[in-house]
Each structure stands twice: as C-alpha cells, then as structure tokens.
Design a binder for this molecule. Structure first.
Ligand code: FE2
Length: 149
C-alpha cells in the first residue's frame, strides 16, 4: 500500500457523501440533507486534518519544501471550508438556491483540488515518504470512514 492510499480511498468516500447531501438539499429534503451535510462536513474536516496535520508536515520535513504545493493545498482547504460555511448557513436558513450555488462551486473546487493531489502531490509524497510510518498514521486518522466505505 502506498503512503497516500488511505487518502485516495477517502476522496471517493467524500465524493459519495457530497452527492448524498447535494441531492437531498436540491430536492428541499432538509430532514435528509441536514445529517447528510453534517457527515460530509465532518469527513472533509477529517480529510483536511489528515493532510494538514500528518501528510503535509511529513512531506515538508522530508523535502524541505514548505512554500510549494502544500501551501497551495492549504489555501484551497481554506476556500473549501469557507464554502462549507456558506452551505451550513444556507441549510440553516432552508435556502436551497444559496446552498446549491455554494455546493456547485465547492464541487468544482474539490474536483480540481483532488486531481492536483492525486496526480501531483500524492505521487511526490509517496516518493518522499516511502516506507515511513505516515501511511499507518493516515489510515488510523481516516479509519472509521475507510472501513465503512
Ligand atoms: Fe486536500
């Protein structure tokens, strides 16, 4: 298993949670949408934590690259958290249009972000962190969703 394999699996898990929340809220099914959004928000935060607290620091320590791709990814995480905040506010206000607009922006951002990670940063991390303890730490961090995916 590569160092970043748990994150790849978890990206797919988050995509599914996104689709569930988006579909329910698009249908004004707030009773389903509210817990679905809470799960999405929680798992995206777990994912960001796995990267920001485990993967990125390990990569930066191994390569000395602290102002490269990890800095860009952290900035995009902030943008995604901002959009999640807008979605949370729209959900509380039962404002389907605002929710849908923010969700659409988040989806595009997530797709581009995940593609950059999967095609560029994760392979760099796998090279820099081969046979390190990082894979086990990531698997532990993402354990619950990965095992239920
Ligand atoms: Fe990320």
């Amino acid at each position: 298993m590569s160092t970043t394999a748990p994150l790849l699996i978890h990206h797919k898990h988050c995509d599914e949670l996104f689709a569930d929340a988006e579909e329910a809220c698009a249908n004004n099914d707030w009773a389903t949408g509210e817990p679905a959004f809470a799960r999405l928000n929680e798992q995206l935060e777990t994912h960001f934590a796995g990267e920001e607290e485990i993967l990125f620091p390990a990569f930066e320590a191994a390569t000395g690259m602290t102002s490269g791709p990890t800095e860009v990814m952290r900035a995009e995480h902030r943008q995604m958290r901002d959009l999640l905040g807008q979605m949370r506010g729209a959900l509380a206000a039962r404002d389907g249009d605002t929710f849908g607009g923010a969700a659409e922006t988040l989806l595009i951002l997530m797709q581009q972000h995940n593609m950059k990670e999967e095609n560029i940063l994760y392979p760099m991390c796998d090279n820099a962190l081969a046979s390190s303890a990082v894979a086990a730490a990531l698997a532990e961090c993402l354990k619950a969703p990965v095992s239920s995916a």
